[in-house]
Design a protein around this ligand. Structure first.
Ligand code: ATP
Length: 297
């Protein structure tokens, strides 16, 4: 049995403060996109989790979030049997696209189905929260508001369908390091009376792509782009090549170009791909997914 694990982008990421437990309190609008890993699960007679595939950056060992998700499901379900899991990675790692979190969420959903556990979406989200802040959102996907440390979810109207040029630089960004560098409030420019999240939610309620593009924002950009000035140039290049707006996803360093038109996205992607200046940068074109489309994957 297999399922596709979609990447996640942020339409907004407001950092509201730092909590006593060291996590930052966030308010962000998350969106799944059609850039996928693939997870295949089978029951085996030996007990335990047998993981294959992955990649050099996400090896198939006990550190992999898929391994941890599968072991957690077996333990919580009280099953003594085992599963063999094969993971095909396409989503770039440590990119701000939550690939590992999505693999973990899909592993929980697949095992729930394969082992006939009968867990509800809410039950799977609660289990997912034990694996990481972004994992619960990826149980349902689509468009949602995430608050707390990212694990408290509220459904939002589906975003109007649009296209993204996804550009991953040849270096990663560690999410904990980015938050650490942001430090404690007050953040530069981080007065949250008018954060991006409220504006993005208003645009979603109005069903307006134009308002959405004007509203998107990410408080972590200042940190990651501060370290890598070429990301600012990359944002400008995407807009020059036809995108309506460009924004960093999550803690980065992936930069997203937004457009309503597939042909514009493909032309902008090709321009970046063919430019010697951006050699070594990975480029993908993906459209947004609704919760329903994600579940058909
Ligand atoms: P986020 O936006 O949630 O911060 P990210 O895109 O920055 O996610 P991931 O690709 O999900 O980061 O992975 C972050 C780290 O988790 C990697 O450095 C990797 O070592 C580890 N990891 C464990 N399992 C996986 C997996 N299945 N896929 C990718 N990374 C994994």
């Amino acid at each position: 049995m297999q399922m596709l694990a979609p990447a996640k982008i942020n339409l907004s990421l407001d950092v509201l403060g730092r909590r006593d437990d060291g996590y930052h309190q966030v308010s962000m609008v998350m969106q799944t996109i059609a850039l996928f890993d693939r997870v295949h699960v089978e029951e085996v007679s030996r007990s335990g989790v047998f993981l294959s595939g992955g990649s050099s950056e996400a090896p198939p060992d006990r550190s992999n979030l898929v391994y941890r998700a599968a072991a957690l499901v077996l333990a919580r379900a009280g099953r003594t049997g085992g599963v063999a899991i094969d993971l095909v990675k396409n989503i770039p790692v440590a990119a701000g696209l939550a690939g590992g979190s999505s693999d973990a969420a899909i592993t929980i959903k697949l095992m729930n189905r394969l082992l006939g556990l009968g867990w509800s979406l809410a039950e799977m989200e609660a289990l997912a929260a034990e694996l990481g802040s972004d994992v619960p959102f990826l149980i349902r996907g689509g468009t949602a508001l995430a608050s707390g440390r990212g694990e408290q979810l509220t459904a939002l109207p589906a975003a109007p369908t649009f296209w993204l040029v996804v550009v991953k630089p040849p270096f990663g960004a560690s999410t904990p390091r980015v938050y650490q560098a942001l430090g404690a409030p007050p953040y530069p420019g981080g007065q949250h009376r008018e954060g991006a999240t409220a504006k993005v939610m208003a645009a979603l309620a109005a069903g307006s792509y134009g308002a959405l593009i004007a509203a998107v924002g990410n408080d972590l950009e200042q940190v990651t782009i501060g370290w890598h000035q070429e990301l600012q140039e990359l944002k400008e290049a995407l807009v020059r090549h036809g995108c309506d707006r460009a924004l960093m996803s999550g803690s980065g360093p992936t930069i997203l170009g937004f457009t309503e038109h597939e042909d514009v996205a493909r032309q902008a992607a090709q321009a970046i791909e063919q430019s010697a200046y951006w050699s070594g940068y990975g480029v993908w074109v993906a459209k947004t997914l609704t919760e329903q489309e994600g579940n058909e994957g």
